[in-house]
Write a protein that binds this ligand. Sequence first.
Ligand code: PBG
Length: 327
Amino acid sequence: MNRPRRNRRTPAIRSMIRETTLAPADFILPLFFHEDAEDTPIAAMPGVTRWSLESLVREAGEAHALGIPAVVLFPKIDESLKTPHAVESFNNDGLVPRAIRALKAAHPTLCVITDVALDPYNSDGHDGIVRRDARGELHILNDETVEVLCSQALCHARAGADIVAPSDMMDGRVAAIRDVLDDDGFTQVSILSYTAKYASAFYGPFRGALDSEPKEGDKKTYQMDPANAREAIRETLLDDAEGSDMLMVKPAGLYLDIIARVRETTTLPIAAYQVSGEYLMLKSAAASGWLDERGIVLESLLAIKRAGADMILTYFAKQACSWIADE
Ligand code: PBG
């Protein structure tokens, strides 16, 4: 008789036949920071903090020491610096370039990834430049936005970013950013494009953390419809052809089918982003006492990896490393 249970009989056998494992090198830690000298706990993300520049460098160092290869930077920009054209997004002395320089100086082997999008800098809270037409309707301008994104990516590259990650979902931005980087001699700077980024209700806590929610309207004319999977293939083929080095699917946990389909479509490495709402769900469930935090977090990360992700952006990165080390 065929008895699959023989392969599950002992921990030794199970460890030999295990198809998927988690390691610190799988994780990318998203970090929030601001201009203030104080660190601020983020209400909707228990255990997550918005750091001062100094604490950001220390926190990134701790993560790197645990084996986490990369961090991705999310700044909270002062309201006074937000404008309709988001010019602060490419200020060479802005918060992000200063953070990149400080991180690279303190931790030369840490891979620094930056978010390329206008929402933290834009007085409208959208990822792109907004124009209101005669009827009062909002339009997110594609090609005008791409020009600003190119300046932003260049600004990050000049400051020493290893990877720029456009999260804006404008059309054609990967090719445009690649051209600008290459023309300026930054041929070594990689692009990790948010390829299949959905207009998800799970970004709520993140927007609260950065005060970056759209002032009006939603992001459905640029982020993808959660109902669509074939469209993710279309975006994958485009980003691959435009020269992206790595692709991203976001959110992660509810989009495992998308990760798996993107995996079949491209040979490029794939990142998946376990977003703020996924973090909050797991944290709340653990806080209720009904579910075991370590168990649900490691299982959620394992599932994302099993679906086909090579890298996982997760707010649990540091905790996951210590849990894995104890196994
Ligand atoms: C914005 C951006 C968002 C996230 C990462 N980059 C929010 C959005 O698109 O509205 C969300 C991350 C999270 O929820 O953890 N460019």
